[in-house]
Ligand binder design. Structure first.
Ligand code: UDP
Length: 499
């Protein structure tokens, strides 16, 4: 632990109640606690039950880290009972209510902060909680934004939101792409791949306007920390620094989980006997297994699931395939049973229904490729494990991540989707344009896993990136130093405001 740290420095971490915010912010909390800080992570009762194991090992190791549950006012905001996490939203139409419920946490949070000892020195909240700035201002402490997306995405989407680019964007169609100006690589998007709409809305309470508020509030914080590392982001961290003033890359935070048990207890309770999973992987050749997982939010239609299953089977490669709880519908189970797919691929394919220990699986030497939906956490976890990836973006910023993986890092092959699915959280639409047939799934796996010259180069680049990621978090690595700068900044802000 660093000796220079004031042992009363108390960092208050507030994630949006969503897997892709809670998991990395908790990891970041562990990295901070390893530097001798006191860390409290705000959560809610259901999320406390789901994630408490994630800090258990750090507490056992003597670190001063805890989760503090606050009652979630979901029902008051119009959400169904027990809905405390974005992954339990039954429809994306409830997203507005979800954000409203989050904002209603302000009052109990303020009450808690008044009672906490030692007094919080700063707030670090994920990018979707602009109201936490008001709370920080009230307590006269600095607030920092924890970005759960890359500098590449931050910079591209900033450029695409500028008035100057609107005309060029408007000229783009689903087949005629649009070139993002003023960035280090030649990156194009079609209209269908862009998540942003510059829609002005008269209803200040709808989801577009909430997203607008979130974007505006990005600049109200004292500084921004990004779950990424400088060596990978190159010109994009530099570029976004011009917009965000102070920005530190502090990741990849998932690398704080070094021990087997830490990699296992990192989110929901896993849905497979871990020993079985590990011995299954142990029985495979190094680099021979393709790991297939689409994150915590995508809803995948039964039709698409069938195509994925057939593609995995036809690829001839060994695979682990995660079918999320919500996706393993009666229709999917009936199909799996009728097709006898599991019997047909016995010994070669392992299907996990529910939650997988993703970081644990990715760090196993038998895994040689990752078929991913390109969520930023999954992308970084793949990078940290030295994985070449098959990119299958579905919505939100995932198309940006695909471009980053394939064109900037050059460690991926595209499955080839041109449009996002209507399958945003909650919308299990049959989207014919977005459907990927089994033969494309098969081909992309074969492209990625086969050992031709291109594949070898891709694998080499992926391994090199993983080394760079590890180095970034080692003492004197770039992310390690950036965490020091953040801690020093909190001390500086305290002195400034006390004067
Ligand atoms: N994850 C996991 N097991 C699963 C599914 C997801 O551990 O079965 C974790 C994954 O490791 C990552 C997070 O959930 O940390 C998903 O975040 P990401 O940004 O990749 O995607 P999202 O869920 O937001 O679409």
């Amino acid at each position: 632990m660093a000796k220079e740290i004031d042992h009363d420095l108390h960092f208050l971490l507030i994630p949006l109640m969503s897997q892709s915010h809670i998991i990395p912010l908790t990891d970041f909390g562990k990295l901070l606690a390893q530097r001798g800080l006191i860390v409290s992570i705000i959560t809610t009762p259901h999320n406390f039950t789901r994630y408490k194991a994630a800090v258990k090992h750090a507490v056992e190791a003597g670190l001063k880290i805890r989760m503090i549950p606050l009652d979630f006012p979901g029902q008051e905001a119009g959400l169904p009972q027990g809905c405390e996490n974005m992954d339990s939203l039954t429809s994306m139409d409830l997203a507005k209510e979800f954000f409203v419920a989050c904002e209603m946490l302000a009052a109990p949070l303020e009450q808690l902060m008044a009672e906490l000892h030692p007094k919080p020195s700063c707030i670090i909240s994920t990018n979707a909680l602009p109201w936490t700035q008001r709370v920080a201002d009230k307590f006269k402490i600095p607030r920092y934004i924890f970005e759960t997306i890359s500098c590449f995405t931050l910079l591209c989407s900033h450029i695409l939101s500028l008035d100057e680019t609107q005309e060029m964007r408007a000229a783009a169609t689903d087949s005629k792409p649009f070139l993002v100006p003023d960035i280090p690589h030649r990156i194009e998007f079609t209209k269908a791949q862009l998540p942003e709409t510059k829609k002005k809305s008269s209803d200040s309470n709808n989801i577009e306007s909430i997203i607008e508020q979130i974007k505006r509030a990005r600049h109200s914080a004292r500084a921004t920390v990004v779950n990424s590392f400088e060596e990978m982001e190159g010109g994009y961290a530099e570029g976004y620094r011009k917009v965000a003033r102070t920005l530190w890359c502090i990741g990849p935070v998932s690398l704080c989980n070094k021990k087997h048990a830490e990699k296992l207890d990192r989110g929901n309770k896993v849905s497979i006997d871990e020993q079985h999973c590990i011995s299954w992987l142990d029985s495979k050749e190094p680099g021979s297994v393709i790991y297939t997982c689409f994150g915590s939010l995508c809803r995948i239609s039964a039709t698409q699931i069938k195509e994925i299953g057939l593609g995995l089977e036809a690829s001839g490669f060994a695979f682990i395939w995660i079918i999320r709880g919500m996706d393993s519908s009666a229709e999917v189970e009936k199909w799996l049973a009728e097709e006898k797919l599991e019997e047909r691929v016995e010994g070669r394919g392992l299907i996990i229904r529910g939650w997988a220990p993703q970081v644990l699986i990715l760090s196993h030497p038998s895994v040689g490729g990752f078929l991913t939906h390109c969520g930023w956490n999954s992308t970084l976890e793949g990078v940290s494990a030295g994985m070449p990836m098959i990119t299958w973006p579905m919505f939100a910023e995932q198309f940006y991540n695909e471009k980053f993986i394939v064109q900037v890092l050059k460690i991926g092959v595209r499955v080839g989707v041109e449009v996002g699915v209507g399958g945003k959280p909650g919308a299990q639409k049959e989207d014919k344009k977005a459907l990927v047939k089994w033969d494309r799934v098969m081909k992309s796996i074969q492209n990625l896993m086969e050992e031709d010259e291109e594949g070898r180069e891709r694998r080499k680049r992926a391994k090199k990136l993983a080394e760079m990621a590890r180095d970034a978090l080692e003492q004197q690595g770039s992310s390690y130093k950036n965490i020091t700068l953040l801690i020093q900044d909190v001390v500086h802000a305290q002195q400034l405001w006390a004067a």
